[in-house]
Design a binder for this molecule. Structure first.
Ligand code: DQA
Length: 142
């Protein structure tokens, strides 16, 4: 079965509880159930970490797997700061789509710049939890 990995970065373990006016009320665990029933022919895997190095280790671990169709990455605030995550994405073979729940361009200026967009296949932002589904659709259309 083809695999898709969703990686969430820092503070995204709090989805459903964190700033619901921005990120909504839905937990990642419940949204994953929605995704898994929508894509029964794919194995939708999930990894979350609040630590930059762990995200890099995960990218290295799966980034050369032939059965890994792609990675949907919400790097959280590391999006705006992490050259190291950008280098890891550039190093691997598996395509990565950058996603954001909120429209980062409609928020504070510090969120307008992404360190990782340059090395991702594309960017989806602003569609709430549906950004993850759209990220999967983008990978499946490659
Ligand atoms: C986010 C946007 C980032 O600016 C922020 O630091 C996050 C979440 C989003 O999904 O909208 O943690 O990536």
């Amino acid at each position: 079965m083809n695999r898709i990995l969703i990686i969430n970065g820092p503070n995204l373990n709090l989805l459903g509880r964190r700033e619901p006016g921005i990120y909504g009320n839905c937990s990642m665990e419940s949204y994953l159930e929605t995704l898994r029933s929508r894509y029964p022919n794919h194995s939708i895997e999930y990894f979350q970490s609040n630590h930059e190095g762990e995200i890099i280790d995960k990218l290295h671990e799966v980034g050369f797997d032939n059965d890994m169709e792609g990675i949907v990455l919400n790097a959280g605030a590391y999006t705006h700061t992490s050259l190291a995550i950008a280098d890891a994405i550039a190093a691997i073979n598996v395509p990565v789509v950058e996603v954001h729940i909120s429209n980062v361009h409609a928020r504070e200026e510090v969120r307008h710049h992404s360190m990782i967009s340059r090395v991702c296949r594309g960017v989806i932002a602003g569609f709430g939890m549906n950004s993850y589904r759209l990220g999967i659709e983008a990978l499946l259309s490659l």
